[in-house]
Design a protein around this ligand. Structure first.
Ligand code: GRF
Length: 202
């Protein structure tokens, strides 16, 4: 494999999914490389994983910009400067404007800790347990303007066990996330590199 897909990862926090992606990208035959990590939070724990792996990292704090659009423009500029061909959202806690999402549609993916379309949004594990569901899991999906609603790329199931708390369920789902996100990135990168997907928007 000579060409690897230049991928940017956007984080806001602990970055365990970023770490899983970095580890996967270290394999010689993996079709993607992480060219840039961006955090909107200056002290996000995940930035340490970027530093350890010598991956360029940028902090773009939301509070530095007068509006969502100005923030999204700065994000877009930084991604294009790095020649990013794909954006992976990994615990990125800012809602992106419809305009930004449309620019990157087909080239931006996200991981969500439920079996979408069930349990979109936040406080997922609390709601899963309260619903009495026996199975939960995670979904990697393309990002579209409507939150947590884009086409699914890959899902993995985990059981919801008797006595589960939101934390114990989150930990089980997170383990699945760390396998599912790299597998989905591999599939999407292969698709893009083989010319199977349209170019991103303007
Ligand atoms: C994960 O549960 C992911 O599904 C959700 O945010 C969490 C991020 O965790 N979108 P981490 O920062 O990757 O550890």
């Amino acid at each position: 494999m000579t060409t690897k897909l230049k991928t940017a990862v956007l984080i806001s926090g602990r970055g365990s999914n970023l770490k899983a992606l970095i580890d996967a990208c270290a394999a010689k035959d993996f079709p993607a490389e992480i060219a840039l990590v961006i955090s909107n939070i200056a002290d996000a724990g995940g930035l340490a994983y970027a530093r350890e792996a010598h991956i360029p990292a940028a902090v773009i704090p939301y509070t530095d910009y007068p509006s969502r659009d100005a923030f999204d423009d700065a994000l877009d500029r930084r991604l294009r400067e790095a020649d990013a061909q794909l954006v992976c959202l990994a615990g990125f806690m800012r809602i992106l404007s419809d305009e930004f999402v449309r620019k990157w549609q087909g080239r931006m993916i996200n991981i969500h800790p439920s079996l979408l379309p069930a349990f979109k949004g936040t406080h997922v594990h609390e709601r899963v347990i309260a619903s009495g569901a026996k199975i939960s899991g995670c979904t990697v999906h393309y990002v579209i303007p409507e939150l947590d609603s884009g086409p699914a790329i890959l899902q993995a199931e985990v059981p919801v066990l008797e006595g589960d708390t939101p934390d114990s369920l989150a930990a089980r789902v997170l383990e699945a996330e760390h396998k599912t996100y790299p597998a989905a990135l591999r599939a999407v990168a292969q698709r893009i590199l083989s010319g199977d997907l349209p170019a991103p928007g303007p």
